[in-house]
Design a binder for this molecule. Structure first.
Ligand SMILES: NC(=O)c1ccc[n+]([C@@H]2O[C@H](COP(=O)([O-])OP(=O)(O)OC[C@H]3O[C@@H](n4cnc5c(N)ncnc54)[C@H](O)[C@@H]3O)[C@@H](O)[C@H]2O)c1
Length: 370
């Protein structure tokens, strides 16, 4: 069964479909045939996805009369940079693509963020299709139009808002995803539940075994539900003037930790989010918003999903809090010597705590990370 969601960005008068299901490219050969007829097509992916899933991709589109061009980047967060972005843009220029042609981002969030930025810049906007291949990119990054590369220590600091024409969240691509990457993606699912929906949180707790086993029906449900929650907030606040910032829950601490470990394999993006969720929940508790019992419940759930909850799982010894704070100061929610933090009043009830002074955060982190 194919689940279909539409997301309408009112400010741009644009609507696009997000399809969720198995073997979706095959199921949508008719649509693709019509859309891609007489167009040049560029598929941009990473080497790992290419090795493990490109045959599946080609098999699904074997009925189409298309002859795609292929560009591969090295896997991993370090590829999300200016240099790789420029290579992609140079390649599209060499192939003489025009705005009516199509770029397909086939990979995880790194490929998706980078390729969508390239698509938004190339000739001021070329058609984009997202085919996400990680749990993280299927539940979060492929939808909503945020594009990005990192600029040195400033994570995601260069980007645009640019939407795809369609998103195919095809679970057949998830089969080869290593357990660590799968669980890292789960951190973003949990984030959605924690800030928006306590019933969804209850579902996640009750079904953690099935989720870990990647039970197909359970997977489809959590992708569907996460995208429903994300779409709702993006529709009303595309450019993050208000509630869309709630999606940053766990990310202010998480991004700083990711940068601290130089975007390396030591700490994946979703693992950094997991640590960030725990820190943001602890801060919520310290400020008297979240009960100790609920904090423990979140901690225990992350632990049982084999996600990191303390930095000593990543690094022996204490982290340099001042260094971490310099990375936090790169966050877009910084206002002078203060920062707006996403906290929890309760499970399913995130809110923006404005103007938290950095000296207060320093004290908190010195205590938490000792
Ligand atoms: N744009 C947004 O709204 C948004 C939201 C959340 C996260 N992000 C970004 O997403 C990125 C993280 O995404 P990610 O976790 O997907 O990372 P990723 O793209 O680096 O993928 C993780 C790893 O899995 C491999 N992989 C991908 N698909 C695979 C498959 N099907 N089988 C086997 N291996 C596979 C990749 O090669 C890579 O090594 C970060 O850069 C983060 O900033 C963006």
């Amino acid at each position: 069964m194919i689940r279909k969601k539409s997301i309408s960005i009112r400010s741009k008068k644009t609507t696009y479909d997000i399809l969720i299901g198995r073997s979706l490219l095959k199921e949508n050969n008719n649509y693709l045939d019509l859309t891609l007829a007489d167009k040049k097509i560029a598929i941009i992916s990473d080497e790992t996805v290419h090795n493990l899933q490109y045959a599946n991709f080609l098999d699904q589109i074997s009925g189409l009369k298309v002859d795609p061009h292929l560009f591969l980047i090295e896997p991993g967060e370090p590829s999300k940079n200016w240099g790789v972005l420029k290579k992609v843009l140079d390649w599209l220029t060499e192939l003489n693509f025009d705005r009516t042609d199509y770029v397909i981002a086939f990979g995880g969030g790194v490929v998706g963020d980078l390729v969508s930025l390239a698509a938004s810049l190339f000739r001021r906007g070329i058609n984009l299709i997202q085919v996400p291949t990680t749990l993280l990119s299927q539940v979060d990054s492929s939808v909503g139009g945020k594009t990005a590369v990192n600029n040195g220590p400033a994570k995601n600091s260069i980007g645009t808002f640019y939407h795809p024409k369609v998103v195919f969240c095809d679970t057949s691509f998830l089969g080869t995803l290593p357990e660590r990457a799968f669980l890292a993606g789960y951190a973003e699912v949990l984030k959605m539940a924690l800030v928006f929906d306590k019933d969804f949180y209850k579902f996640l707790i009750e079904n953690q075994k099935l989720i870990s086993l990647r039970d197909e029906a359970t997977l489809l449900h959590i992708i569907d539900k996460s995208l429903e929650l994300k779409s709702k907030v993006v529709e009303i606040d595309e450019t993050e003037q208000g509630d869309r910032a709630l999606l940053n829950f766990g990310h202010t601490f998480g991004h700083a930790l990711e940068t601290y470990f130089s975007y390396s394999e030591k700490l994946l993006h979703g693992e950094a989010v997991s640590l960030g969720i725990v820190l943001a929940a602890r801060f919520s508790s310290q400020e008297g918003y979240l009960s100790e019992r609920k904090l423990e419940n979140i901690d225990e759930h992350l632990h049982s999903m084999k996600l990191p909850t303390v930095t000593t799982q990543i690094h022996n010894g204490k982290l340099d809090v001042l260094k971490l704070l310099t990375f936090m100061k790169q966050d877009k929610k910084v206002v002078g010597n203060n920062i707006n933090l996403i906290l929890l009043k309760d499970i399913g009830n995130g809110f923006i705590e404005r103007n938290v002074p950095f000296h207060k955060l320093e004290k908190f982190l010195q205590l938490q990370l000792s």
